[in-house]
Write a protein that binds this ligand. Structure first.
Ligand SMILES: Nc1ncnc2c1ncn2[C@@H]1O[C@H](COP(=O)(O)OP(=O)(O)OP(=O)(O)O)[C@@H](O)[C@H]1O
Length: 711
């Protein structure tokens, strides 16, 4: 733009200015001689800066002569090349002053560039003028001459720059520090030793090597319960973690057992990997006290784990409690503790809870004690770490270590707690509960390695069990963490999972989902949307399209209804369950064949948990993500960050879709009307006046209908 402007400006000015050609020729001749002089001068390489300044001032005074009368206006708009001689002088002075004040590497850099600017200013003006003359053919010769000069001068200038840098500048301006800028090396994450050197488990769920019958360490009633549940072989994560925990279950009087973190793919049987060893370790307890606490992020997950504990505790005297806020607080209190005449006793050995509710009981349920807690299970550990800021773990630990942290781990320090013990009669039982150490067991399919978050968990000598699959092309080398900064098998997905993406415009996404069901015959589909609103809208639209059994699954549904819904889905009565991400984590829905991500997941963890609802326990499963064309790159990038190969595209035949378009349009308009009506009703319910009117209307309708029925 500048250049264009100058050309125009000079073009106009030259026409206005008389005798321009003569002056230009004079100027050019002057420049040739100056350039030659300078060349000579540079060769001698002395007094360079002074020289250039003089020349600059000479030339700028020449320029002033050629400038138009309307100087002020032009000054406002003009680039600095065309300033008047006084301005140029001022500028040169200012620059020199600034330059003198500056230090370090900046000094030398700025000086080099400024000296270049100073030297080349007149030449640049000339080269711009040259363009004007180029337009006018009569000055062709001048142009050629001028080009030669410019080239010569430019060559000299560049020579000068290097020369200046080498010789004169270093003398004139002392260079402090290095001029060269080194490229910063990327900061590489160094994992703590326990994350960098985990126990690696190869997850092959089809491996039938470890039979339940021959597995040592578990009681016969547990084995019976396993068989009742149709489990005859242990999955790899169970095969490794259960014996390790059982080995630790024997009380160690002088040392606290290591805490563990288990990272294994979705549906690989992590729940039984803590349920079985806990039951086995506690089954011979004498006094009923809370000895195991499993904390899960949401009510449904807690209820699921509670059911697993209950079914495997059959045949033992162990009792399990649930604290998730499903019942009223008083009702829940009654299931956890019993108020006696003189004291309060625990009614449960194992408690499954959500973080908020357990804190409530610690604070408000008299006699609810965690002082005997032996196992603290943190399932969906990465999600639970996010909740830690709410202080649930601190509250639990405070309740656990009420006696004193050291006395729990080492009897040698009991001396220090004489005062605490003096209020109790000393029995074997008193000592046993004090000596029970606490062990934290963390489980997740997407375990976080954020040191800050892990730090908050206050793990004791943690040990990591991680899983890898035998997928070809997967990097499973033991020093992988050195290159990627992540522990081996951080985001492992089931081997049986097939992943695809489908490109489609947002406007036809519902049609594509319907097409999969109706045209491709997909059954037992879980469809994830990004919000509860989208869930409702899609569900209504699919119902409108007809021909498929659709059900909405959201946190708005009552727990009983949700259970019923899942049952119907597993038995095949429902073709597609539309849900939000509330359902993505941990929920074990039997027989999900397809997972469709209607709205693409925002985070890789969300993706892993969503697709993990299928291909569970060694079954086959398919996951399809609906994407716009522009989203594909980011999606692939996200999966790459999880160590996955490129996911292939599943194309939808457009001509097949076309045949359903008419039907789709009708369903769309019906859906928007329906949703508008629903919104109106919701608004009306918010307004008390309207609420009364609607109630009256309903009563009237009811009376009318009653009369009609009677007649
Ligand atoms: N050894 C086994 N043999 C057959 N099925 C098993 C075995 N162990 C667990 N299962 C079944 O596998 C399914 C998934 O188990 P589980 O819910 O424990 O997985 P998970 O690893 O916790 O998954 P997520 O990370 O999604 O919570 C359950 O239905 C469970 O009954």
């Amino acid at each position: 733009m500048d250049q264009l402007f100058i050309i125009n400006r000079y073009g106009e000015d030259t026409e206005k200015t008389t005798g321009f050609n003569e002056k230009r020729t004079q100027l050019l001749t002057q420049l040739v001689t100056q350039a030659k002089l300078r060349k000579k001068h540079y060769e001698e390489s002395s007094g360079l800066c002074q020289n250039s300044e003089e020349q600059e001032l000479d030339i700028s005074s020449e320029i002033k002569e050629t400038e138009p009368k309307d100087e002020q206006n032009i000054f406002l708009e003009m680039p600095e090349d065309t300033l008047t001689s006084n301005d140029v002088k001022d500028k040169v002075k200012k620059k020199r002053k600034r330059r003198d004040n500056s230090i370090g590497e900046e000094v030398s850099e700025r000086h080099i560039s400024e000296s270049f600017i100073e030297e080349s200013k007149p030449e640049r003006i000339i080269s711009k003028k040259q363009k004007i003359t180029n337009e006018k053919e009569k000055n062709e010769k001048d142009v050629e001459l001028q080009q030669d000069i410019s080239k010569e001068v430019f060559d000299e200038s560049s020579n000068e720059v290097t020369n200046t840098k080498d010789d004169n500048l270093s003398e004139a301006f002392p260079v402090l520090g290095e001029v060269e800028r080194k490229q910063k090396e990327k900061v590489r994450r160094v994992l703590p030793d326990w994350l960098a050197n985990p126990t690696v488990i190869t997850v092959d769920l089809k491996d039938k090597e470890t039979k339940v019958d021959t597995f040592s360490g578990l009681d016969s009633h547990l084995k019976q319960n396993l068989k009742h549940s149709g489990i005859h072989h242990f999955f790899p994560v169970q095969k490794v973690v259960i014996p390790w925990l059982l080995g630790n279950s024997v009380q160690q009087y002088c040392c606290r057992p290591q805490d563990i973190c288990v990272s294994a793919p979705t549906g690989s049987g992590k729940t039984l990997a803590f349920v079985l060893p806990i039951i086995q370790a506690l089954k011979s307890r004498v006094v009923c006290r809370v000895r195991a606490l499993a904390v899960l992020p949401v009510r449904d997950l807690a209820a699921q784990v509670y059911n697993v504990f209950c079914s495997y505790c059959k045949g033992t005297s162990l009792r399990v409690g649930l604290a998730v806020g499903q019942k009223t607080f008083t009702e829940e209190q009654k299931t956890l503790v019993k108020q006696g005449v003189r004291n309060v006793t625990s009614l449960v050995d194992i408690v499954v809870a959500t973080p908020g509710r357990i804190v409530d009981h610690i604070q408000r349920t008299p006699g609810f004690s965690l002082e005997s807690l032996r196992y603290l299970v943190i399932d969906e550990a990465d999600r639970m770490m996010e909740e830690i800021t709410h202080g649930w773990l601190a509250a639990v630990e405070k309740a656990v270590f009420k006696v004193s942290m050291t006395s729990r781990n080492c009897p040698c320090t009991l001396e220090n707690n004489k005062r605490a013990l003096s209020s109790f009669p000393l029995t074997a039982c008193t000592f046993s509960h004090i000596l029970e150490p606490l062990q934290k067991l963390l489980y997740s399919a997407t375990l976080s390695q954020d040191p800050e978050k892990l730090q908050q968990l206050t793990l004791f000598q943690p040990k990591l069990f991680t899983s890898i699959t035998k997928t070809p092309g997967l990097d499973v080398s033991t020093n992988q963490h050195e290159r990627t900064g992540e522990f081996v098998g951080k985001y492992t997905t089931p081997e049986e999972l097939k992943e695809y993406y489908t490109i489609c415009e947002p406007s036809i996404k519902p049609l594509v989902v319907w097409y999969f069901l109706k045209h491709k015959g997909f059954k037992k589909v879980l469809c994830f949307t990004g919000s509860v609103e989208n869930t409702h809208r899609l569900c209504t639209l699919l119902k409108g399209l007809g021909g498929v059994m659709v059900q909405e699954f959201s946190s708005g549904l009552h727990l009983v209804k949700r259970k019923k819904c899942l049952k119907q889905f597993s038995s095949g009565k429902i073709d597609i369950l539309v849900c939000s991400d509330a359902m993505a984590r941990g929920i074990d829905v039997v027989n999900v064949d397809y997972v469709i991500s209607y709205d693409p997941p925002m985070f890789v963890k969300t993706y892993i948990h969503r697709v993990g609802r299928t291909a569970r326990a060694g079954r086959e499963g398919t996951a399809i993500t609906l994407l716009q064309k522009k989203e594909v790159r980011n999606f692939q990038k996200m999966l790459k960050s999880a160590g996955k190969e490129r996911v292939p595209e599943l194309e939808v035949c457009q001509t097949d879709l076309e045949s359903y378009r008419e039907n789709y349009r009708a369903a769309l308009s019906a859906t928007s009307k329906l949703i508008a009506q629903e919104n109106q009703q919701k608004q009306a319910l918010k307004n008390p006046g309207q609420k009364k009117k609607m109630k009256l209307k309903r009563v009237q309708n009811f009376k009318m209908n009653g009369k009609q029925i009677k007649s």
